[in-house]
Write a protein that binds this ligand. Structure first.
Ligand SMILES: [Zn+2]
Length: 330
């Protein structure tokens, strides 16, 4: 009661209004300050949708641009709805890099609005030859091209070049640096591809089966010779029915699969139940539609350390988790 009275009293005192007013001025000034330096230093702002694209732009452009990702680790892009803060970030962008292939299923309107305002944008997947895409005619694709192309080093390298060319258009004076960084990135894609193939060869052929929440790993499976079975289709937007779960339990038992896997950006509840019913264990968490958290790393080719919030760290973590879960040849 006393606190209420003193608060009410303070509220009506002129000094309270003065304090509130000066606080508002400070907040406004801070807001203005946080936007100003970008334009003063002429560092372009590149707004990206997913963590994969954040890593891609960051590794190509380094300090030459300021990168802002709308989605963070653990966020599912299929169902992601932009917030009002995202809309204002998009409106401030000098360039928008989105994934395309309908990955950002609920962002179409926001991206269209930015386009109408004349903000340059590019779908990182726009130059991928149709022949490389897992096509819509294949089973389990919900009628669309499979968007999870970052799992194919060959296709992701096409995206590296697409984004590099757009960055050169944005900041032509940094062309040499962008090209050099792209070469480093492409070399790393190749290095990790070779290492991943070597790792997966250690799993007995009959156990090279990846059972997980949604069908995000078909490109990885094709690349590494793994059979991939997802409980949901290529989008997480449709929940799997009970019949699908029963079929999957049957399949796991019949195939003698030792472990199944959950994903950091998909609710693990259904996979946990399936593991219990099939009598197998969860082999670990895979990064599917989002990279890992910042500040953590994993050891990959030649004992090198890779950050989990990078493409390399994501691949090394996933491949190591698969080999550990499915087991090596004796
Ligand atoms: Zn997905």
């Amino acid at each position: 009661m006393n606190t209420f009275i003193s608060l009410t009293r303070n509220f009506f005192q002129p000094s309270f209004f003065a304090w509130k007013f000066s606080f508002a001025i400070v907040m406004l000034a801070m807001g203005a300050c946080s936007e100003k330096p970008d334009h003063e230093n002429e560092i372009p702002l590149v707004v990206v949708t997913t963590t994969h694209l954040y890593d891609l732009v960051d590794s190509l452009a380094g300090e030459r641009v300021q990168v802002l990702s709308l989605m963070g680790p653990g966020v599912d892009p299929h169902g992601y709805k932009p917030t009002s803060r995202d809309l204002s970030s998009l409106a401030k962008a000098d360039l928008i890099v989105f994934h395309g292939l309908m990955l950002e299923g609920r962002m179409g309107h926001a991206l269209e609005q930015a386009d109408k305002k004349g903000i340059p944008s590019i779908a990182a997947t726009s130059d991928i030859p149709q022949a490389l895409l897992l096509s819509s005619s294949e089973e389990g694709t919900d009628g669309h091209d499979d968007p999870h192309v970052w799992f194919s080093p060959e296709i992701w390298s096409v995206c590296v070049n697409t984004v590099m060319n757009k960055l050169i258009e944005l900041d032509p004076k940094s062309e040499a640096e962008f090209r050099e960084n792209a070469q480093v990135t492409l070399r790393q894609l190749e290095e990790i591809k070779v290492w991943s193939l070597d790792q997966v060869r250690q799993i007995p052929p009959e156990r090279r089966k990846l059972v997980t929440s949604h069908d995000a790993f078909r490109y990885l499976g094709k690349e590494l010779g793994l059979e991939v079975i997802g409980l949901q289709g290529i989008s997480t937007s449709i929940e799997a029915g009970l019949a699908d779960r029963a079929n999957l339990v049957d399949f796991i038992k019949k195939q003698n699969i030792p472990a199944i896997f959950v994903e950091t950006s998909v609710n693990p509840a259904a996979m946990n139940e399936i593991a219990k019913e099939s009598g197998v264990f969860i082999g670990g968490e895979l990064f599917s539609d989002a990279l890992g958290p910042p500040g953590e790393s994993v050891i990959g080719p030649e004992g090198k350390s890779f950050d989990l919030d990078s493409w390399g760290g994501m691949m090394v973590h996933n491949v190591s988790t698969l080999v550990k879960g499915l087991g090596k040849k004796e």
